[in-house]
Structure formats: structure tokens, C-alpha cells
Design a protein around this ligand. Sequence first.
Ligand code: AHM
Ligand code: MG
Length: 333
Amino acid sequence: MRQITVTEHLLLHQKKSPAATGTFTHLLNDLILAAKLINRSVNKAGLLDILGGTGEMNVQGEAVQKLDDYANRALIHRMERSGALCALASEENADFIPVPQKFTRGDYILIFDPLDGSSNIDVNINVGTIFSILRRKSPSDQDVSYDDILQPGVEQVAAGYFLYGPSTMLVYTTGLGVHGFTLDPTVGEFLLSHPNMRIKERGKYYSINEGNHHYWDESTQKAVGYFKGKDNGLGAPYSLRYVGSLVADFHRTLLYGGIFMYPMDYKQPDKPRGKLRLMCEASPLAFVAEQAGGAASDGRRRILEIEPQALHERVPLFIGSKEDVASAIGYYR
Ligand code: AHM
Ligand code: MG
């Protein structure tokens, strides 16, 4: 059997993509190295003193886990030295980070959620790293500004995620389909295991935090009621699956079909909001979903067309099989 590495795959299958340059390949390989380091720590989490919180809160007002902090530092350290980037932006940092002048700078921008689902770390449940790669808009000799960072998802050059689970996977797209690689720990390489991933037009699973039912508006209650309803016209009620790690819930949705929803809610009545972040969570996964034949919406707009107003902007998310997403967002018209 022929084993295809990520670099080989980029050279062989992504030739037509503007992302298939030497610099981009280098960027992706540095990202892979950072992910392997994070994977190593996640794997040993129970053995080292890296479980639990740091005692600090992040810019989102959420408790920072020690592994969140490690993953964030590993990514920043590795990626600012890659020579391919001019700036990075992380879920854990309030502002974007321009690549310091002492390092070689490139034209790409990396936006990431270093350890998605980190509230699940202490109980040994899948977590992941989500990434989005953009190209700067301004000339290379100028300082990077928020105009370079706040680009809608349609401008992404590449996006994807690493899933640290029973096996460790990389799933990514450069706009030429979605491809999945599994880490072979014996040789330390990600090898092509899921070429050309496609998501079913309709699935059998819905995924949402049902504990928020009382905080939802009527449209959301009806949308969720549709999937679990006996007389929904879908043949049978959908089964519920909810890990609470977006990467894991999305990965299952990609492979089995169905829908993942994190709608707007009224948990804080004066501040109705979605929970997930547009730039480092929703947009990259929306790019993957669409490239696999699925869809992603905030209920009214295609996620990829939303013009971000702020780096940490939150957005409601309906993502997965095309027909399931269409059914859900039909309740928001
Ligand atoms: P995180 O990036 O800080 O881990 O937060 C995002 C996570 C997602 O992985 C997951 O889908 C969601 O929060 C779960 O939220 P809830 O506990 O409200 O259901
Ligand atoms: Mg997250």
C-alpha cells in the first residue's frame, strides 16, 4: 500500500491550488510539528502535572487550562519562526500578534483555536486545534492591521483541524476538497487515510447542548423539535450526539452526516449571543463543511460570507449536511 504524506499530497493533488507553493507547504509542515508537540502533551496529560486550570481567565472570560496555555505557546513559538507568516491570532490572546521583526516574515496570517474543547481535557475526551489561513491584503512592507485580519471566510487560503483522539488526525482543505490524514505514531507522520471526504446530504444525528433549551428562542426550539420529532417527515427522529468539543462533534458530523448547532441563547438575558467564535472556529469549519458538500449558516447568512467586525466575534452556528442545515435555518426566516 502506498503511504501518502501531507507534503506529497500537496504536491500531487493540490497543484492547481494557489496554496500549493513551497512557502505554504512549509507553513503546513510547521503547523503539523506544533500539533505533534501538542498531541504528545495531550497523550501524557494524566501523567504530567498539566491537567487542570492555570487559575487565569482568558480574553473571553473563560478559565484557562494548563494545556490550553501550553498549546497556545507551542503554536505561537513554532509558527512565528516559520518564515511564512506576518501575523498570528489566537482564541487565547486579546489582540493579533505581528511576527517580530527579528524573524523572517511572509504574507500569510494564521488564526487558531489552540485547544478546542479544553473543558474536556481532564476527563480524557477528544480535543483539537482548529486553524484558518489567510493571505494579507496590504503590501508586504507595511505593518499588518486589523484590515488584514478581519477577512470573511471566503478569503481563506486553507483551513482545517487536528483532532487529538483515539487516533490523531489532520483534516484540511485548500479549496480542492477535504482530505484527512491519520498520525502513524510509530513513524511520526500524518498519512492520507480519508481522501476526498464528502458529507451526506442528510444525516441521522443532531448535535446541540439541550441543557440550554430554556434559554433558546422559539425558532431554535422549533428547529430542534423538528429533528427529534416523531412526525418530522424524515422517517424517524434523529439521534442526539453531543461531546461538547466542537472539533469532535464536527468530525462525527462530517463522517456520519447530520447537523451540529450552537444557536444564539438568552443565558444572559441582556446579552443574547452565540458561543462559538467566527474567526477561529466557525469560519474554518464552514470552509471544510462546504468543501465536503455540506453547509454552514448562522441561521440567516452563509458563515463564509460574514464580514467579521472583531477578532473574537461570536456567531450562532448551524453546520453539517446540506439538507439538515437547510431544514434548521428554515425556522429562522
Ligand atoms: P473552547 O474553545 O474554549 O473549548 O470552547 C468552545 C467549546 C466547543 O468546543 C464546544 O462546542 C462548546 O464550547 C461547548 O459548549 P457548551 O459547554 O456550552 O455546550
Ligand atoms: Mg474552541
